[in-house]
Design a protein around this ligand. Structure first.
Ligand SMILES: CC(C)(COP(=O)(O)OP(=O)(O)OC[C@H]1O[C@@H](n2cnc3c(N)ncnc32)[C@H](O)[C@@H]1OP(=O)(O)O)[C@@H](O)C(=O)NCCC(=O)NCCS
Length: 161
């Protein structure tokens, strides 16, 4: 049976996270920028993993198929609160509730470490992400003019968990 699940990211997942980040999020972050965000806050990185039914029992005695990483969320601690540095699902797996599950699981990590406030920045034009964050309890806080390298403004959203 096809399987979709979420697990903590391992160091060996970094290349997949970089691929997902660059493919799905409009950014000038290089692979090394993403690695610099990842290593200090690895415990706040989670990956969504798809296991294909066709490969699930393909001669593997343990009965688990080949994993494909199809989404991630990356958190950080910034100025004493939780922060979402990036979240993305590969296009064909969106609108299936996995983004919500990723946010919930990273919330639980923040909460376990005593952080009850979470912030994030989103491009003003990213209406789908804004709708997603609002649906998951984030409230608009303030704008940052010209935050992105191409001059676009960011909106800061925050949530208390
Ligand atoms: C934002 C993102 C991670 C959401 O992941 P997801 O797995 O699709 O989200 P879920 O299935 O949990 O939630 C779906 C909800 O999000 C919002 N949403 C997400 N994508 C949407 C779209 N294309 N159109 C309309 N609403 C959208 C809606 O509120 C939707 O629920 P609704 O239709 O009932 O209102 C995903 O759309 C994505 O990877 N986007 C590209 C990367 C990005 O912009 N990341 C954020 C900036 S860092």
């Amino acid at each position: 049976m096809d399987e979709l699940r979420i697990r903590k990211a391992a160091e060996t997942d970094l290349q997949d996270i970089i691929r997902l980040w660059k493919r799905n999020i409009r950014t000038i972050n290089t692979a090394s920028d993403i690695a610099d965000l990842f290593y200090p806050f690895k415990k706040y990185y989670l990956v969504a993993v798809y296991t294909d039914a066709d490969t699930a029992n393909n001669g593997r005695p343990e009965g688990r198929g080949r994993e494909r990483i199809i989404g991630f969320v990356g958190g950080a601690i910034r100025s004493g609160h939780g922060h979402i540095s990036g979240i993305a699902m590969d296009r064909e797996y969106r609108m299936n509730g996995m983004g919500k599950r990723l946010l919930k699981m990273v919330d639980a990590e923040f909460l376990a470490d005593g952080f009850e406030q979470i912030t994030l920045e989103v491009r003003k034009s990213n209406r789908n992400a804004i709708r997603f964050y609002k649906k998951n309890g984030y409230k608009k806080s303030y704008d940052i003019k010209g935050y992105y390298a191409d001059g676009e403004d960011a909106i800061v959203y925050e949530k208390k968990i």
